[in-house]
Design a protein around this ligand. Structure first.
Ligand SMILES: Cc1ncc(COP(=O)(O)O)c(C=O)c1O
Ligand SMILES: Nc1c(O)cccc1C(=O)C[C@H](N)C(=O)O
Length: 395
């Protein structure tokens, strides 16, 4: 099944884009929408724009659009800052909720920035606080009554392996811990129901599967019953209950908006708000089924035609996100050779070739064409060329 929305995206001619798990492509209409905000709002309204153009409401308004894709009720998601910042806020709020406990539990497959933020937070606290890191497969067993906060990324950024959000949240709660989910590789990729999972906090980015563009702001979900008590940690003026009262002392907003920090990125939010219209009329169930079919076809074709590659992602589609990873010792050079031939995936050390399957703009024809090129690169050792050897790119 292909979703009939490929024409909602501007994709370069001749490119097969399998890297929406890192940076989504440009949805049609985003350029015009941002240009309109620049010309008509900023250009004509200047400072009045904060009022007449509703710039101040953007973080909550766009938060609702994102919330609908992750099973969050309106008013429980707000946009702003980078994901690393939102991780920090959620962790800090979680620690405050369990004052008798000292341990943040995460797993070694987590994205490094999440672990760094936890390390930094622990270092800021009094002695005795600790970040404990388990292997992903052991994390459920490591949850006990010492743990204040369990912080996990649902879909592993390297392999696509998925944690069971409901089950792990249940274990965390049974042990008295707070649950924080990072949905960076889930939002817009797989079906998520934050409300059903009952987690306290969820965070994620919008430049991957939500196609908000490079540097698009992050989101944070706060379970509605905590919206008036969770401590924001970064108590910026726009999280204040009455920012324009300019009160010298801080009173957090009585809603998820307390997680706002400073001035919203109006142009990036305008881009994201328009990008979110690419989801009109589509359910996450359809997206996830279509993604599964594309990934299964890719795995079957690669395994039949490219025996040099070893599947690193789970074979079982029910525990795999929207990406497929293969191991290959010359993976970096092979990915460079693929990119040079118009198939865009990416590489993660030591040997991971990552391919993202985003059915909003990919179909089976793209999958088959990508495998043809991959087979050609491998069978003819096209990767074994001097120009592909130097490890120099950032992504
Ligand atoms: C799971 C995860 N967490 C955190 C980050 C960091 O996000 P940011 O650069 O927006 O802070 C990323 C991606 O960069 C990620 O994939
Ligand atoms: N956020 C990124 C960036 O600013 C530059 C390059 C890549 C990224 C990424 O998002 C990487 C991504 N989180 C990953 O899964 O590897």
């Amino acid at each position: 099944m292909t979703l009939p929305v490929k024409d909602r995206f501007d994709l370069p001619e001749g490119m097969i884009y399998l890297d929406g798990n890192s940076l989504g492509p440009l949805p049609k209409g985003v350029g015009a929408a941002v240009q309109k905000v620049i010309a008509d709002e900023w250009g004509q309204q200047l400072i009045k724009g904060w009022n007449v153009c509703d710039w101040m409401d953007q973080p909550a308004r766009v938060g609702n659009m994102v919330g609908r894709l992750i099973g969050a009720q309106d008013g429980s998601v707000v946009m702003g800052d980078t994901l690393s910042i939102k991780v920090f806020q959620a962790l800090a709020a979680g620690l405050e909720m369990r004052p008798d406990r000292r341990v943040i539990l995460s797993d070694s497959g987590n994205f490094p920035s999440d672990l760094y933020m936890a390390e930094g937070l622990v270092a800021l606290k009094n002695a005795g606080f600790e970040l404990r890191v388990a292997d992903p497969e052991d994390v459920a067993d490591a949850i006990n009554d010492e743990i204040a906060v369990v912080m996990l990324t649902e879909v592993d950024y390297r392999t696509g392996r998925m944690h069971d959000m409901g089950a792990i949240t249940g274990l965390a709660h049974a042990a008295g811990a707070v649950m924080v989910w990072d949905l960076a590789h889930s939002a817009g990729a797989v079906e998520v129901d934050v409300a059903a999972s009952n987690c306290e906090f969820a965070v994620g980015c919008t430049y991957k599967y939500l196609n908000g563009g490079p540097g698009a702001p992050a989101f944070i979900y706060v379970r509605p019953d905590l919206a008036q008590t969770a401590t924001p940690a970064l108590s910026g003026w726009l999280g204040h209950a009455a920012p324009f009262a300019f009160d010298p002392s801080y009173t957090p907003a009585p809603s998820v908006e307390r997680m706002r920090v400073g001035t919203p990125p109006v142009l990036q939010l305008a881009a994201l708000e328009q990008a979110m219209t690419a989801w009109d009329g589509i359910t996450m169930a359809e997206v996830s089924q279509a993604s599964l079919r594309l990934s299964e076809r890719f795995i079957a074709e690669v395994e039949a035609r490219c025996p040099q590659l070893i599947l690193l992602s789970p074979r079982d589609g029910s525990v795999r996100g929207s990406q497929v990873s293969f191991g290959f010792d010359h993976g970096y050079a092979a990915m460079q050779a693929l990119i040079a031939r118009g198939v865009i995936g990416d590489f993660r050390a030591p040997n991971v070739m990552r391919f993202g399957f985003t059915p909003l703009y990919l179909d089976e024809g793209d999958v088959l064409a990508a495998v043809d090129i991959l087979q050609n690169v491998l069978d003819n050792r096209r990767w074994d060329a001097p120009e592909y050897r130097a490890v120099s790119r950032v992504t």
